[in-house]
Design a protein around this ligand. Structure first.
Ligand SMILES: C[S@@+](CC[C@H](N)C(=O)[O-])C[C@H]1O[C@@H](n2cnc3c(N)ncnc32)[C@H](O)[C@@H]1O
Length: 351
């Protein structure tokens, strides 16, 4: 749970932590991204009966985004809070079942825009060999198609555009990204010969229920992200990725052994480490150290503030803290910080 600010009010000892969670989401996370979610979350926070119902779910199921996405999945439309509340009353059993059976598995193809320069660098270091990609925590695997998307990097004075060779404009999403600093933007897209992912619960782009869930995870007003998702799904459907079901720590070594040996292997992850406890993160780091040393693989980590603190309590970037990240991600290439990135791939600030 994010730190909850109580600035300006006396803390109320009888107040539910869940209520504070929703209030924080509605006043800090949602404004600017979704006015609808902001209003609904603030409404829920002030609604003791709903908080009582939410508190009957296991702790990790109480998170605002999961509950709101479940309601949207079931058909809740953008509306004033009283209408939303009536929807919840009418469909509470279904909301509960959806929350308990689903998880927040937002799959954001836009993140390829912030990964692409590092992928191109990995390809360049491989003497012309194509890339083999493994994404851990892949959801539906939409970030495994960086070679099939278009890009528009806005560096202020100029825009660098890249498009997949031979593809018809309009058939692929164009990922817009603002750039600062000396980002090594590639002149062309790297070639990918093999792509695979691992997820506790892989979502299937051919399954309409899974696709509907992916759409529900996008915040209501963010139509451009829904459109991007649909185009990325169409591409993934034409050649679905190999997705292995299981824990990334249990599956990674075996999956890496299946990658073609004549390709440059890149293992990457975005927005996944927050789901692992400290021990699992340490185990993963040890596996990656082994794979980079023994297999010569590249490791791209694109994560929020959970990547900052190392096992020994030191920081991978001494000058970096949550205040500097401000909700953005830190991109590391083989453990070295290279950029601060927008969480949905919207910005790339090369260090
Ligand atoms: C927020 S989603 C991000 C998906 C994708 N990386 C992206 O950037 O669009 C996090 C994903 O990590 C998966 N995940 C969490 N813990 C995992 C673990 N221990 N092993 C494998 N997958 C895991 C979740 O199931 C979920 O699909």
């Amino acid at each position: 749970m994010a730190a909850v600010g109580t600035a300006g009010r006396e803390p109320d000892p009888t107040e539910s932590p869940t209520g504070e969670w929703y209030r924080h989401f509605g006043t800090v996370d949602a404004p600017g991204n979704s006015e609808c979610y902001a209003e609904w979350s603030v409404g829920i926070a002030a609604d003791p009966e709903l908080i009582r119902r939410i508190d009957q779910w296991p702790y990790n199921k109480r998170q605002p985004l999961l509950m709101l996405a479940a309601a949207r999945f079931l058909g809740a439309r953008i509306s004033p809070y009283p209408e939303f509340r009536a929807f919840l009353d009418a469909r509470w059993g279904d909301v509960s079942r959806t929350v308990l059976s689903r998880a927040t598995q937002t799959n954001e193809a836009g993140r390829c825009a912030t990964l692409l320069p590092s992928l191109a660098k990995a390809a360049a270091s491989g003497n012309g060999r194509p890339l083999a990609l493994i994404e851990v925590g892949a959801s539906a695997g939409l970030a495994l198609y960086p070679d099939r998307y278009g890009y528009a990097y806005d560096a202020g004075a100029s825009v660098v555009r890249l498009s997949p060779a031979g593809a018809t404009p309009g058939s692929y999403p164009v990922l817009g990204c603002t750039v600062t600093g000396p980002a090594p933007l590639p002149a062309e897209l790297p070639q990918v010969v093999w792509r695979a992912g691992i997820d506790l619960n892989p979502l299937d782009v051919r399954n309409p229920e899974d696709v509907a869930w992916l759409e529900a995870l996008i915040w209501p007003e963010q139509d451009f992200r829904r459109e991007r998702l649909r185009r990325a799904i169409a591409i993934a459907r034409s050649a679905p990725p190999l997705l292995v079901s299981g824990d990334l720590n249990d599956q990674l070594i075996a999956l890496a052994a299946r990658a073609p040996s004549d390709a440059t292997l890149v293992v990457f992850h975005s927005a996944v480490m927050a789901y692992l406890d400290a021990e699992s993160r340490d185990r993963f780091r040890a596996t990656m150290s082994r794979l980079t040393a023994e297999r010569g693989c590249h490791w791209l980590s694109n994560e929020g503030h959970t990547v900052i603190v190392q096992a020994d309590g030191s920081s991978v970037v001494p000058e970096m803290d949550e205040a500097r990240l401000r909700g953005r991600f830190l991109l590391l290439h083989n453990g070295a910080p290279v950029a601060i990135t927008g969480p949905h791939g919207q910005s790339l600030d090369w260090l």
